[in-house]
Write a protein that binds this ligand. Sequence first.
Ligand code: NAP
Length: 264
Amino acid sequence: MYTIDLTGKTGLVMGVANQRSLAWAIAQPLVQAGARLAYSYQGERLLPALEKLTAGQDTFLVPCDVTNDDDLDALFETVEARYGRLDYLVHALAFAPQVTFDRPFVEVARDDWRTAMDVSAYSLVAATRRAAPLMRDGGSIVTLSYLAAERVVPHYNMMGVAKAALEASVRYLAYDLGPQGIRVNALSAGPARTIAARSISGFGEMYGEAGRASMLKRNIETDEVGGLGFALLAGQLGGGVTGATIYVDAGFHAIGMFLPDRAE
Ligand code: NAP
């Protein structure tokens, strides 16, 4: 039997808001395989839920607003003090002001552009730069993207542009860190009903359409995102993959035309 034992491995998971979070879906198989994980959260309001969710795990929780360099420094100092090293980083967070989803892209304001880019794309670079020195024996970093990075998806607007920057950042980070044995990849997930998704105008309609139109004729499950995240993080499985954006979207990304007559 082929088994993966991650005993002795450590990871940091950024972006768990609740049990529906994609970050949580990726954390589950890592923990089940024996890895020890720390979690960062943006604000105190999330702490009670996160404490409840992670009860029973050998873990610690650290506040970190990714727009704040002091928070980021403190987060990685804590990780170094507690673990002394790091094997995995899960970056699963994004934000764009609500107005950017509600108004046409052509109207995006400079400050809203900056905010979306800062939280959703630059934060990967900022976190990776701090994680890399702790990845003494190599490591693996996974971030979350979406098809709106490369195609127009109505309402995503500024978030789509930020995801494009995120995917390009993955390639440059993977290039820089490859010689140290550190892999960096993006997982492009199909729509999933999470808190972040709720801010996207018309998300319910898009979720339904993605399920109907995808090759598999269904939406993805978050544990399918978790499974591929696990494969990318665990060196025994994803060791040869870096600089990639891999889709977990039931095949939606590869369809060039949607015809209404395909059998349901
Ligand atoms: P989620 O559960 O709401 O997670 C998003 C997380 O981002 C939350 O924990 C949120 O914290 C955090 N965050 C936002 N701004 C932050 C900041 N300044 N500092 C630190 N953390 C911050 O939603 P999710 O869908 O799992 O999102 C995870 C990732 O998957 C995102 O990059 C998203 O774009 C991507 N993704 C989602 C889907 C989907 O359909 N759900 C599809 C493809 C890709 P707060 O709750 O405190 O704001």
